[in-house]
Design a protein around this ligand. Structure first.
Ligand SMILES: [Zn+2]
Ligand SMILES: [Zn+2]
Length: 321
């Protein structure tokens, strides 16, 4: 194993590229050579202090397995993606089959575990999912956020007769809109940036936020990444409708809950989702995320890549070793 390697690290004074990272410890976990990493809004939040995380950034990635203790013949040489939650496997929550909510979990590049933006990363073999032939690395790198979009349909019944509004058509909103359109529902993507609205597929109707004069949506998904998103969703949802919260802003939303009571609105918090359906959707061509790629940077320019990803003209920024 190489002695030192390159990675993008969040430190208490901000992100920096480190060239002398120790190689990951192979004991018990798979070692994966990074092919492509994707920067998401959560990474940008972490750089601003979310979760108080220090360590290697990154949880959206695709790579090739180089070592897999006790499972080498099954995994070595395969292109993989991986679940980012690493549960303890022993607590009551894990035993109740809710591993993504394990109170003892670490989360790749987010909580208690170095992330994927390094030349080689480590993850338990149990977290790995093989990428089907025919799914290119630049599509597979979207599996984690695509799974998060699919989590909505895991949680609520979206009917083909529903009207659905997705607020925010950035990285995650674009994927949520694509997934929800697969249900046959009438999906409206609402955003401020004309460039981002133009990226929506034909299955989603693009509406500029300032022009939206419709109300009474059956389902409203908040992907704005802004505290104001929940208030806006509350205005748009119909009585007994559902608001799905994808935004993880860490300040108070500042919205009065009265309409949720009067109108009997259901609020659904929504986070990580299932990887296998995301891989199937990519393999079958049901969702094409690649038009969302607006820039690619070498891993060594990771700090510049983070700065680019924070600018509104960019949607998905990729990192390549
Ligand atoms: Zn993410
Ligand atoms: Zn557990």
């Amino acid at each position: 194993m190489v002695a030192a390697m390159l990675g993008l690290v969040q430190t208490p004074s901000g992100p920096l590229v480190q060239r002398d990272l120790p190689a990951p410890d192979a004991s018990g976990e798979a070692i994966i050579r990074l092919e492509v990493g994707g920067i998401c809004a959560t990474d940008l939040e972490i750089v601003r202090g979310y979760m108080g995380f220090s360590g290697v950034l990154g949880h959206e990635w695709v790579g090739v397995v180089e070592a897999a203790p006790d499972a080498a013949s099954a995994w070595v040489g395969r292109r993989v993606v991986g679940d980012i939650n690493c549960p303890c496997g022993a607590c009551p929550t894990c035993r109740a089959n809710r591993p993504t909510h394990c109170p003892n979990r670490t989360v790749l590049g987010i909580a208690g575990r170095d992330g994927a933006f390094r030349e080689r990363l480590a993850l338990p073999v149990a977290n790995l999912h093989a990428v089907p032939d025919g799914v290119a690395p630049e599509a597979a790198v979207f599996v984690e956020p695509l799974a998060a979009a699919l989590e909505i349909t895991e949680q609520i019944h979206v009917r083909p007769t529903d009207r659905v509004a997705v607020l925010g058509v950035g990285r995650l909103g674009q994927l949520c809109a694509r997934v929800l359109a697969l249900t046959g529902a009438e999906v409206v993507g609402v955003g401020r940036s004309p460039a981002r609205l133009a990226l929506l597929p034909r299955s989603v109707r693009a509406v500029a936020a300032a022009d939206l004069d419709e109300r009474g949506f059956d389902v409203v998904v908040d992907c704005t990444g802004a505290a104001a998103g929940l208030a806006r969703a509350t205005e748009l949802v119909r009585p007994r409708g559902t608001i799905v919260l994808k935004t993880t802003v860490h300040e108070a939303a500042g919205v009065a809950p009265t309409p949720w009571v009067i109108d009997e609105v259901t609020l659904v918090g929504s986070r990580c989702g299932p990887f296998e359906p995301a891989l199937r959707a990519l393999a079958a061509g049901l969702v094409d995320p690649t038009p969302l790629i607006t820039a690619r940077f070498p891993l060594g320019d990771g700090v510049a890549a983070l700065a680019a990803a924070a600018r509104p003209e960019h949607v998905k920024v990729l990192l390549e070793p």
